[in-house]
Write a protein that binds this ligand. Structure first.
Ligand SMILES: Nc1ncnc2c1ncn2[C@@H]1O[C@H](COP(=O)(O)OP(=O)(O)OP(=O)(O)O)[C@@H](O)[C@H]1O
Length: 301
């Protein structure tokens, strides 16, 4: 059976500025299940934002396509919500009205008070209550603005929520608090999320699965790493889990070394670049009682 979101043989080429062609990625194929939180990690320039723009329907790939819930993704739609690093709030509307704006578009049949109640509920879920919701974005801190964009995105309950480095502009303390709020709100809804980040610890905290991209050009999604740490997760306790550093080391090693080694290998005609599944679980008993090595399995490789 096809996954809820299916990325099929996606290829992106751009003019390289010298009359030639830059192949960013080729035949990238992977799936995301309904309600899954998937994070993509890779070095600058490998094509993460390009994939995100295609998923959002803001750009067309050179070839290949994206199927979501049985339909091909074509152009932007309310079914796909995007949260960017720069908040993209409407500056002339209050916090509450910024959230209501999207809810009204999604549910045109709702009364004004239904829309307001729904928006207020989601703002409260990210800790914005009272007078603050009647302030305009310019009167809020960066962290508060990002909370508003998260509340707005979740309040619309899109089929797919795309997060493009949403915490990149925030200080570490605020970032931590909002990560917790994001986890809380995500835990209460069956929301499919696809997120870009450069922060390995953030990726482990939030994701069900992390997709690892090799360096470009000719980048590919080489691995899909299962995050074998039970939920609910919490920033301070997660590091105590036996799998935490084993997973972290695998990711660091991939980004530091293997992303370069695997880079730049053009695909054969017709080849599909599906990622290998990696599952690291030190809590699983080793098959051979004498074997004390970490349980590391690669499937489909
Ligand atoms: N419209 C465009 N025209 C030409 N080249 C482009 C265009 N958009 C992106 N590129 C090139 O495609 C490659 C991938 O860019 P992309 O922004 O997707 O990378 P990224 O992985 O998101 O990087 P970062 O982590 O720095 O945001 C880069 O080499 C970039 O220069």
């Amino acid at each position: 059976m096809k996954p809820y979101l299916s990325i099929e043989k996606l290829t992106q080429k751009f003019p390289d500025g010298n009359g030639g062609e830059l192949t960013v990625f080729e035949n990238a194929s992977f799936g995301v299940d309904k309600g899954e939180f998937v994070v993509i990690l890779g070095h600058s320039g490998c094509g993460k934002s390009t994939i995100m723009n295609i998923l959002a329907g803001l750009a067309d790939p050179t070839s290949g396509g994206v199927i979501m819930d049985g339909q091909e993704v074509k152009g932007p739609s309310l079914d796909r919500g995007v949260v960017f690093q720069n908040y993209s709030l409407l500056p002339w509307l209050t916090t509450l009205k910024n959230v209501m704006f999207g809810v009204k578009a999604r549910h045109p049949e709702w009364t004004k008070s239904q829309v307001e109640e729904h928006a207020t509920k989601f703002l409260a879920m990210v800790g914005l209550e009272g007078d603050v919701i009647h302030r305009k974005p310019s009167q809020l801190s960066g962290g508060m603005r990002q909370r508003v964009s998260i509340a707005r995105a979740f309040a619309n309950h899109p089929k797919l929520l795309l997060l493009d480095e949403p915490f990149g502009a925030l200080d570490a303390l605020t970032r931590g608090t909002i990560q917790d709020e994001l986890l809380k709100i995500w835990g209460q809804m069956e929301q499919t999320v696809f997120m870009i980040t450069h922060d390995i610890d953030e990726a482990i905290l939030l994701a069900d699965r992390i997709l690892l991209m090799t360096n470009g050009p000719h980048a590919r999604v080489a691995e899909s790493v299962d995050i074998t740490i039970p939920r609910p997760r919490n920033r301070t306790e997660i590091i105590e889990h036996p799998n935490y550093y084993a997973i972290r080391n695998h990711l660091v090693q991939f980004l530091g070394k293997r992303s370069k080694e695997l880079a730049g290998q053009p695909t054969q005609a017709g080849q599909t670049n599906a990622p290998a599944t990696v599952r690291i679980d030190l809590t699983e008993p080793a098959e051979d009682p004498e074997d004390k090595r970490p349980a590391l399995k690669a499937v489909n490789s």
